[in-house]
Design a protein around this ligand. Structure first.
Ligand SMILES: Nc1ncnc2c1ncn2[C@@H]1O[C@H](COP(=O)(O)OP(=O)(O)O)[C@@H](O)[C@H]1O
Ligand SMILES: [Mg+2]
Length: 331
């Protein structure tokens, strides 16, 4: 199995469905994306577009009635070996999860067990993957909490989750995620439940830690402001599919997919006195038995007959690709 030497993760044609009583929800359709060493990649799109299902699938956290129906997720392990995460045994994936791939969820409360101290959470995460005694684990925890700017970490390790503020809890969860020095950190809407100042601090923290530890990060968000702040490269998702990918400056300066353009118009412009927040007309289509072709076509001002067919991937610039028929008519 081989992927480019500078890649940490290469996902190809990922397909995930949920078999519900209401019908088959095609949550993720033919999604492909790459994560290079030491970069922060954002997956952005409206709520329900398949961001979490995508990353849960590659870490094998999809429960029934969900099923991974196809695709590959090549991951370069710490020792250099490349594996397909989707075809590993349960035991092999458990060895990677929490160790080489850390997952930070939206809600820090659910990631922490109220019955155990913060220090114990570190110990549990570390002991799962290596031989370490409790004293050394706690010392490592104190150092990591210090790195995440938690004041008086020596006493914080003895605290229970409810004794910490929401922002501190999320910092602790990130610190726990780093305890085995992961190759890849997945942060799923890590700031959504926090107030604005704390959000900015957590994002700054993720950026600093990425630079310091050199790991790769997948940052999931529905907020383009967050993307602009933190990401190096962006994948825009719509209704279970990727519609555009580009380096972050390129995406903001030169968006090509009609959906991305509309999405960018919904970002408040801080330089203007009166904020004009436009919403995109129409609603996200149901993912139950979706029709083939472009899923944005009902909301797209430029839709044509062509859009009933699957849109092709078009290279529109360096590392800039768009899945749209509009870009095929030039030549
Ligand atoms: N357990 C489930 N059962 C049925 N449908 C689900 C389940 N989990 C997710 N979905 C559906 O998959 C789609 C993508 O969800 P998700 O990845 O959570 O969106 P996002 O993270 O972008 O907000 C949504 O339509 C959602 O309703
Ligand atoms: Mg989500």
């Amino acid at each position: 199995m081989s992927i480019g030497g500078d890649l940490v993760l290469s996902v190809r044609n990922l397909d995930v469905k949920f078999y519900t009583y209401a019908g088959v929800v095609h949550a993720v359709s033919n999604v492909s994306f790459d994560v290079y060493k030491g970069e922060i990649v954002a997956l952005v799109g409206e709520t329900g577009c398949g961001k979490s299902v995508t990353t849960r699938a590659i870490t094998r956290l999809i429960d029934p009635p969900g099923r991974i129906e196809g695709g590959k997720a090549y991951f370069r392990r710490r020792n250099g070996e490349v594996v397909d995460l989707l075809s590993l045994s349960d035991e092999e994936i458990r060895d990677i999860r929490g160790n080489e791939i850390a997952y930070v969820f939206q809600d820090p409360t659910s990631a922490l067990d109220p019955l155990y101290t913060i220090g114990h959470h570190f110990y549990e995460t570390m002991i799962d993957h290596r031989k370490i005694d409790k004293k050394n684990a706690i010392q490592h925890a104190v150092n990591l909490l210090k790195e995440t700017f938690i004041p008086s970490p020596e006493s914080r390790v003895k605290n229970y989750p409810h004794e910490l503020s929401g922002g501190m809890r999320q910092r602790s969860v990130i610190a726990i995620g780093l305890s085995n020095n992961p190759v890849l950190l997945i942060a799923d809407e890590p700031t959504t439940n926090l107030d604005v100042t704390i959000q900015a601090q957590i994002l700054e923290l993720i950026k600093d830690l990425q630079a310091k530890h050199g790991m790769s990060v997948i940052l999931i968000t529905h907020n383009l402001g967050v993307v602009a702040e933190v990401a190096h490269r962006v994948y825009v998702m719509y209704a279970g599919k990727i519609v555009e990918e580009a380096p972050v400056e390129e995406l903001f300066e030169n968006p090509q997919h009609p959906y991305t353009r509309l999405l960018l118009r919904t970002v408040p412009d801080p330089t203007k006195k009166i904020e004009k927040l436009e919403s995109i007309p129409g609603t996200v289509p149901s993912l139950i038995n979706p029709l083939p072709g472009c899923r944005f076509r009902d909301r797209c001002p430029f839709a044509s007959e062509k859009c009933l067919e699957e849109p092709p991937m078009v290279e529109v610039g360096k590392a800039h690709r768009v899945y749209c028929w509009l870009h095929t008519v030039k030549g």
